[in-house]
Design a protein around this ligand. Structure first.
Ligand code: ARG
Length: 572
């Protein structure tokens, strides 16, 4: 794929500046920044040159502006800066045509071609109540996977299910006490059992011991224990799969912690050779220089059973062997920061230089999340509730004559899920936020439904205007509002790159809000009463040009929403 319009102009500007200065382009590349919109598109500060050239920065800028000539760029000096502005033409036509010809792939590139990125995400625990942090991991991970795919990376998405560990013991012995046999395939029931068993184990050491013992039997490969485990696992996976299908998520691999059962001894042996292991109160720990108060990395408990860290070590090595990754990402809550720091440190101490290419893509907490059913948050319940609430709004809007649809249910599903996903992804992933149903579903706020509506509106304008034109005259798009919309559209490829590099879907979310805001300003231009729409007002050539811009906006909104994993209904 060709470089984006934006980066092509940027590169040309950097090269012309470098030539005028007689330095390699790489030397000044990082200094060329997006300009303050009032001054153009790109900006180069001359202060760093003042000393060597023994001239005042404004004088340097003035002479550079004279000698830097790039077709399609208007270059001017503004005080100590050399600014460049994309000329109305050919920029306008290039942006519109690129977006329209690439369709929903617009924003992508091929920077990742031939490289593999491993993304560990969602990774819920089986037979345990699902916490909202798994929903976050699911949505952030899905978007980070989409972003990398858009850039041409091969993505190996792994759902590393928490399907091994003492919690099975708890569910198993809990089931003997509280279980209703006919409900053994019901996820909600398993969760109830787990919650009761967990409480009891905390209060009653003998009960806790029974749970541990059950897990020991699983690790020893006892067939009866394993059969029960398998059944609980299937029930949970079935429940999760319904969610993944609703969200349009497919994992390349569903391999949880149990996948590494029986594969840990070679890893423990290797650690024993380098960096070494120690015994501590009967348990085996990695011999590392620990900071004061730092808990040690446990490989085996005193009863010989393995731990979360042991399995993650085996998994990391296995993933590197299988995928030869460029990056290996773990989309997991910030609470586990220490676990990942230690995991990477142990691998480094084992001489695995590739541990530097592993990243803990951490995220903060969500407050205020509960569902109508009570305090245990099941993933599906959250999505169901979102749909129910969206359906109320859809029906209100149908009654008010604001939308026409013959499938209110499907629309409500798209809006409800879009609301949850966007409500999460619009926040920088590391910040905590408070979940609020009204906020995420506000059709007129910074919400998923608002963006879906903006997209549907472009579809509607195109329908009313007789469809997107095959040809148009880009020179007619001279309104500042039109140029402002174009500039946001042009930025998407740059934003995709940054969002992928930093595993930060919120960059796309913010870009979407910018685009919707600029388009809305354009659309309502001079029509406070909203009776006359500028886009369909002009003569035929003007109308065609404006519809082409509307079409490019539609494509860009759809591409951005798809990167976040949000559906784009055409009618709402
Ligand atoms: N199942 C874990 C939890 O719920 C998350 C697993 C994350 N991935 C990993 N490789 N440790 O906390």
């Amino acid at each position: 794929m060709n470089p984006s319009v934006y980066s092509r102009y940027r590169t040309a500007f950097v090269e012309a500046l470098a030539q005028a200065l007689g330095v390699p382009a790489s030397e000044i590349d990082s200094q060329v920044k997006p300009a303050d919109p009032a001054h153009g598109d790109l900006s180069f500060p001359t202060f760093p040159l003042a000393k060597a050239q023994k001239k005042a920065p404004p004088a340097i800028a003035a002479s550079l502006a004279q000698s830097v000539k790039v077709p399609g760029l208007e270059v001017v000096a503004a005080g100590p800066y050399v600014n460049a502005k994309f000329a109305q033409l050919p920029f306008t036509a290039e942006v519109i045509d690129t977006a329209r010809s690439q369709g929903v792939r617009y924003g992508g590139g091929d920077q990742g071609a031939g490289k593999t990125v491993v993304i560990d995400y969602s990774s819920p625990n089986i037979a345990k109540p699902i916490a909202f942090h798994h929903i976050r991991s699911t949505m952030i991970g899905h978007s980070v996977a989409n972003l990398h795919r858009a850039l041409g990376y091969k993505v190996e998405g792994i759902n590393y299910l928490g399907d091994w560990g003492k919690q099975f013991g708890l569910v198993a012995v809990g089931f003997q006490e509280y279980g209703v046999p006919e409900r053994r395939k019901d996820m909600a029931h398993l969760v109830e059992v787990y919650v009761k068993a967990n409480k009891r184990a905390e209060a009653e050491p003998a009960f806790d011991e029974r749970a541990r013992d059950f897990f020991r039997r699983m690790e020893a490969g006892e067939s009866e224990a394993l059969a029960l485990w398998k059944e609980f696992r299937e029930t949970s996976v079935r429940d999760f799969e319904r969610i993944y299908a609703r969200l349009g998520i497919q994992f390349e691999h569903m391999e949880g912690e149990s996948f590494y059962q029986g594969k840990m001894e070679p890893v423990i042996d290797e650690i024993a050779r380098k960096p070494g292991v120690k015994e501590s109160q009967g348990a085996t720990i990695v011999d590392l220089p620990y900071a004061e108060n730092e808990p040690p990395v446990l490989l085996k408990k005193n009863d010989g059973s393995t731990l979360y860290a042991t399995r993650d070590l085996a998994a990391a090595i296995d993933r590197h062997e299988r995928f030869q990754f460029e990056k290996s990402l773990y989309v997991v809550a910030t609470d586990q920061a220490l676990h990942f720091r230690q995991l990477f440190r142990v691998l480094e101490a084992m001489g695995r230089e590739w541990s530097k290419r592993m990243v803990h893509v951490n995220f903060g907490r969500v407050h205020g999340m509960s569902t109508r059913k009570g305090n245990v948050v099941l993933l599906n319940d959250v999505l169901d509730e979102a749909k129910t609430r969206a359906l109320e709004k859809v029906q209100e809007n149908i009654q008010a004559g604001k939308i026409q649809t013959n499938n209110a249910e499907e629309l409500a599903e798209q809006i409800g899920l879009g609301a949850i996903v966007f409500g999460d992804l619009k926040n920088r992933r590391t910040t905590d936020y408070t979940f609020d149903w009204e906020d995420v579903l506000a059709f007129e706020g910074h919400s998923g439904p608002y963006l879906q509506y903006a997209h549907a509106r472009t579809c509607n304008i195109l329908r009313r205007g007789g469809g997107a034109p095959a040809s148009y005259d880009a020179s007619l798009l001279t309104l500042p509002e039109e140029q402002a919309v174009l500039r946001v559209i042009a930025r998407l490829p740059v934003v995709v790159q940054e969002a992928a590099d930093q595993a930060e879907p919120s960059f796309i979310a913010r870009w979407l809000l910018d685009l919707a805001a600029e388009f809305s300003r354009y659309y309502t231009l001079g029509n406070q009463d909203r009776t006359k729409r500028v886009i369909l007002e002009g003569n035929e050539p003007l109308k065609a040009a404006r519809l082409a811009l509307t079409d490019a906006t539609r494509v860009a909104l759809a591409a951005g929403l798809a990167l976040l994993g949000i559906a784009t209904p055409e009618n709402m």
